[in-house]
Write a protein that binds this ligand. Structure first.
Ligand code: ADP
Ligand code: MG
Length: 357
């Protein structure tokens, strides 16, 4: 069990955390989400004593996190850092063994066997004797994960565990988190991927204005948030919007679109389709059709589907009636579904909704 009791944290004039309260039961998987700078990492680091609250208390299994209890806390709480913190002068197996031997006083054979078992689990057995700088980012990430699990922590803290990973590895980390949680352990993760938070959490904390602004099950927070600021944060995470006219910079917007899709761990193939469709419809079809194009695009990503909503001003025009046969064929080939509608009461009366998966 983890308990936050009136946590406040000041850095000089800055008070990112004002009053955080709450209890996390053993076996829960909590995702912490919120805008950057709201104290998500700081809150996580307070649980293992790396950061001290200015006032208030944190408890892990009724033990207060403070200097006196720090060795007990360190044994209970394991953390995977955002930058992995591996020892670069030690091999992978040595990285996994060292704390088991020195802190838990396991004998070398036990520590070795445990390490090998975990290397198998993260599918990096062949890297046993490599050094961290010989590994890719994704591999280092999984080694850091294995090293933390080797200590059999009661509580696992993860700070943006999938930030640098491609979708396949995200699934793998997701699997590891769920597997660990199934053994009845507690997990807290700062999630930048809403999909990850949705898939693994029992509860989600939305941090904002120095407090747990709203909390609930993933369904409550992602599909039915109650407070306005939660709603706008969730919406901003799920969608990206473009306003496009003659001054439009195709490269910048394509990059923004690609980044948005990748942030949600969309598959590269899907990102590629989205970019191609975007380019064909905007540049090839609408920019040739209208002399002064005025277009609004909203793209969301949910459950492995990208939905592109394109609205534009001007005379009624279904993109399917475009003279540009090649472009329209390409779009039809790539999209899963294309829906056109016209609303004469809307300034942006033409509307195309495209689903891609
Ligand atoms: P988040 O993880 O939500 O992005 P952080 O917990 O990293 O936020 O930081 C919260 C705020 O506290 C930020 O404004 C950050 O600049 C500030 N902060 C974090 N750590 C320190 C520190 N060691 N010294 C001064 N300010 C800090
Ligand atoms: Mg952070």
């Amino acid at each position: 069990m983890i308990k936050f009791s009136h946590i406040m944290k000041k850095y000089g004039e800055n008070t990112p955390i004002k009053d955080i309260n709450g209890e996390i039961k053993t076996g829960e998987v909590i995702s912490i989400i919120g805008p950057s700078g709201t104290g998500k990492s700081t809150l996580l680091r307070m649980i293992n004593g790396l950061e001290k609250p200015t006032s208030g208390k944190v408890f892990v299994d009724d033990i207060e996190v403070n200097d006196k209890n720090i060795s007990e806390i360190t044994r209970k709480v394991g953390m995977v850092f955002q930058n992995y913190n591996l020892f670069n002068h030690l091999t992978v197996i040595e990285n996994l063994m060292i704390a088991q031997v020195e802190i838990l006083k396991r004998d070398k054979q036990t520590a070795y066997d445990k390490s090998i078992k975990l290397l198998k689990e993260v599918r990096l057995l062949d890297k046993e004797n490599s050094y961290p700088n010989e590994l890719s980012g994704g591999e280092r990430q999984r080694i850091a994960f294995a090293r933390t699990l080797a200590m059999d922590p009661e509580v696992l803290l993860l700070d943006e565990p999938t930030a640098a990973l491609d979708p396949k590895l995200v699934d793998e980390i997701k699997g590891l988190i769920l597997k660990y949680a199934r053994t009845g352990k507690t997990v807290l993760l700062v999630a930048h991927s809403m999909q990850l938070a949705r898939d693994v959490s029992t509860r989600v904390f939305f941090l904002n204005e120095g407090i747990i602004y709203e909390e609930g099950t993933p369904n409550q927070i992602f599909d039915n948030p109650q407070k306005e600021k939660t709603q706008s944060f969730i919406n901003s995470q799920n969608a990206i919007e473009f306003k496009i006219d003659k001054t439009f910079n195709f490269t910048n917007d394509s990059i923004a679109l690609a980044e948005f899709c990748l942030k949600h761990n969309a598959y590269l193939k899907l990102v590629n389709k989205a970019l191609l469709i975007f380019e064909e419809i905007i540049e090839q079809i609408l920019f040739t059709k209208y002399e002064s194009p005025d277009i609004k695009v909203r793209v969301d990503y949910k459950n492995e589907f990208i939905t592109m909503n394109i609205k534009y001003k001007g005379e009624r025009f279904n993109i399917k009636d475009s003279n540009n046969d090649i472009s329209i064929k390409l779009v039809e080939g790539l999209a899963t579904n294309i829906d056109y509608s016209y609303n004469e009461n809307d300034e942006y009366g033409n509307k195309v909704e495209i689903k891609i998966n």
